[in-house]
Design a protein around this ligand. Sequence first.
Ligand code: ADP
Length: 549
Amino acid sequence: MPFVALGWLADVLLAPGGADPGGLVGIVWLVVAGLGLRGLLSGVALGITHFADVRLQADLRLRMVQRLGRVPLGWFSANSSGLVRKAAQNDVGDLHHLVAHHSVEMTAAVVLPLGGLGYLFWLDWRLGLLAVGTLPFYAAAYAWMMRGYQEKMEQMNSGFARISAAVVEFVSGIAVVKAFGRARRAHEAYRRAADEFAVFYGDWVRPMLSVEAVSTMALSAPVVGVISLGGGIWFVSQGWVTPAEAMTEVLIAMVVPTTVLALGFGAQSRRTAAAAALRIHDLLHTPVLPVAAEPRVPDGHAAEFDAVRFSYDGTTDVLRDVSLRLEPGTVTALVGPSGSGKSTLATLLPRFHDVTGGAVRIGGVDVRDIAPERLYRTVGFVLQDVALVHGSVADNIRLGRPGAGDDDVTAAARAARIHDRITELPRGYDSVVGEDAAFSGGEAQRVAIARALLADTPLLVLDEATAFADPESEAAIQDALSELASGRTLLVIAHRLHSIAGADRIVVLDGGAVAESGRHADLLEADGLYARMWRAHEATATEPTGGAA
Ligand code: ADP
């Protein structure tokens, strides 16, 4: 409306009989009203899309949380937490431009020039052509630059991948590289990848630069202005259009290039958003653990593995036909070589994964038929990679039983042999993990044990940590563990044989199957895998003190 009105304004001002003041005021009002209406409408439109975006983001995050609450616990590896963080934070944010801005800005970017061009063609077709006169140059240059784009992009991505691989190799091996004086050679691999990439990129982009400079000029305001003015003056001299019409053409021709640039920018942000949407979609479609339509209540707390078969990938069985019964109040230790399936078997009890064959039962009921909330009130777990959440130490312990009072939290921490350490922190139980509470691995595990004590589940899966070298911490953990064991059914993934020698039952896994089971003394007598492991263990356990032999 303002462009058209400006043309009329020129008409009125240049009218042979002198300008008509009434007409002038009317046209000025029209310009003002047009601009005001545009501001109002685009404000309303952006308001609508921003509210929609806020609701979409909230809804997506909520759905992610709901979905993730139902995926198998085994899904949450270090890898997945990066994925979740990216999806919940960056990807949902990446949708913002698409939802809140794209349609409004694209509409404005397309309607304004198209409306103007339509008006020009209506005035005189030659004016319309003049306004888009430089576009074909740009389009041709763009098409030339984009030839083989897909293929070049693939080459570029693989070049990037080679560089990242070289960087990762260099950084992750830096200690070894330095220790063995191979810094130059490792560095070479990175330099070669980087040089190859530079050559490829230079060869691709160099010829484009001059073309791009020229083609961008075809859209620049000075060039468009000069061509429009020159053409307009010529049209007027030929008597095809009035000066006012020529001026309108100049104004409209200047806004046309913004469409082209806005379309390019819009396409880019749409691609980013589409990739983000795809990742969010995948996350929202992560397979969930099926929940029984009519959950059953376990009768007692005896746990049983019945001919359990399990495979992570559907082809190789990690567990083969494992049968095992955990009597209430007993300690069962799982031992075996690394990779024999101890962790996998133990975590099937709290349903980190569902079995591929056979069944895991608690109180005679298949864990798949137990309502999840009840299952997690029945089976607790303390695993190796203890996760402390960002929050106070007290809150971290209270995760075990959210309603627990301060006295209960303190009692649990005392029993887990971590109370004294917590009171040494600047703000005691109110110290925040990651801010003023920093725990060593052994201490973090004792916090996790306090949490498990507070949760007070009758069944407990425990991964006895390997990595804590200091004897004091180890002794404290052992004390805390014995506290946990009293009155509970315990399934322990054992790494150090001496700590489980007193277990009610030791189950030796080998290659995903039960090789032996029994008490320590019986297994030693049987002189099988366990006896061999024990002898090896004894040998290493006595070594540091100078060798008992
Ligand atoms: P252990 O605890 O005795 O060391 P695990 O139960 O961790 O043994 O592993 C048993 C086998 O399953 C190993 O071969 C291991 O590579 C494989 N495995 C463990 N976790 C996964 C997983 N998340 N995805 C695929 N394979 C896995």
